[in-house]
Design a protein around this ligand. Structure first.
Ligand SMILES: *[C@@H]1O[C@H](CO)[C@@H](O)[C@H](O)[C@H]1NC(C)=O
Ligand SMILES: *[C@@H]1O[C@H](CO)[C@@H](O)[C@H](O)[C@H]1NC(C)=O
Ligand SMILES: *[C@@H]1O[C@H](CO)[C@@H](O)[C@H](O)[C@H]1NC(C)=O
Ligand SMILES: *[C@@H]1O[C@H](CO)[C@@H](O)[C@H](O)[C@H]1NC(C)=O
Ligand SMILES: *[C@@H]1O[C@H](CO)[C@@H](O)[C@H](O)[C@H]1NC(C)=O
Ligand SMILES: *[C@@H]1O[C@H](CO)[C@@H](O)[C@H](O)[C@H]1NC(C)=O
Length: 227
């Protein structure tokens, strides 16, 4: 038997998940699927002719390439049919799709004929959707907390009345008589969200599913916000 009683008090903030990366950063650039990615090209694109290459076969003749001259995009087959702009040395991809993941090389042509280049790895992650917590009671009265959400590379952590409980698992068994508010936090590289539910004692032989939504927030995690 299953009882579901919902008390919805959703406080959802629509977050800005735009990401900022630099082409010369040594760590991976994480972009939020469906959102804006700002790629700072590091060198002055008004001065240097710039090419951005998506490394598929590491072959300049066949790999997709984008040419920027005088801070203006010229030939560009990297981001087919999508609005991509170059503004003051920043390449802006809006909106990011999964196929934007990959390794890129940006090259600058200097007036003496030399070329310098720098690489960047881009990983696209779907941001976290709404976080759901359910508490179920087994017939023997064991309470089990389970958390779920949408998104890529989810990391779970739990707190009970604000104190850390455990990290890493989306569900676990609670000690008998556990009381208070339990919070599941979910994060990935581009966003995080959480939900708190109030625990109710297990009724014993009855199987109950509690969905008490107290709070649900989704806020962006800024990475490399040098601007
Ligand atoms: C990237 O380039 C900028 C400007 O040249 C420099 O300040 C920064 O230290 C560079 N970052 C890395 C990781 O090389
Ligand atoms: C880039 O170079 C142009 C032309 O020399 C100059 O006007 C502009 O201020 C430079 N921009 C930056 C960010 O250095
Ligand atoms: C570069 O673009 C600016 C404005 O976008 C323009 O005034 C300038 O003449 C251009 N320079 C060259 C060399 O094309
Ligand atoms: C990008 O480069 C990294 C490090 O060199 C490599 O591990 C990864 O597999 C590459 N990704 C793609 C999509 O080629
Ligand atoms: C997750 O739960 C499983 C089984 O309950 C357990 O073996 C594992 O150690 C837990 N992982 C973490 C990170 O706590
Ligand atoms: C759980 O949350 C409710 C509502 O926010 C609050 O009234 C209550 O005191 C909390 N309980 C504990 C044990 O913190």
């Amino acid at each position: 038997m299953m009882l579901i009683f919902g008390l919805m008090l959703l406080l959802q903030t629509t977050a800005c998940l735009d990401q900022f990366c630099r082409f010369n950063q040594s760590d991976i650039c994480y972009a939020a699927l469906g959102h804006k990615l700002n790629l700072l090209m590091v060198q002055n694109t008004s001065v240097y002719d710039t090419t951005i290459q998506k490394n598929i076969n590491y072959n300049t003749a066949t790999d997709p390439i984008c040419r920027v001259k005088n801070d203006t995009m010229r030939v560009c087959d990297l981001y087919r049919n999508r609005p991509v702009t170059v503004i003051k040395g920043t390449l802006i991809i809006n909106r990011v799709i999964r196929a934007d993941s990959g390794n890129y090389t940006v090259s600058f042509s200097h007036s003496d004929g030399s070329v310098t280049s720098t690489d960047l790895q881009v990983n696209v992650e779907a941001p976290i959707g709404s976080v759901e917590v359910s508490i179920s009671c087994s017939s023997s009265g064991v309470m089990r907390a389970s958390c779920s959400s949408e998104g890529d590379q989810l990391l779970y952590s739990w707190t009970l009345n604000g104190d850390p409980l455990m990290d890493g698992n989306s569900s676990f068994d609670l000690n008998e008589g556990t009381d208070g508010n339990i919070t599941c936090s979910v994060k990935n590289h581009v966003s995080h969200g959480q939900k708190t539910v109030r625990l109710k004692p297990c009724p014993g032989e009855l199987s109950v599913n509690v969905h008490i939504f107290i709070k649900n927030t989704a806020t962006p995690m800024m990475q490399n916000s040098h601007f």
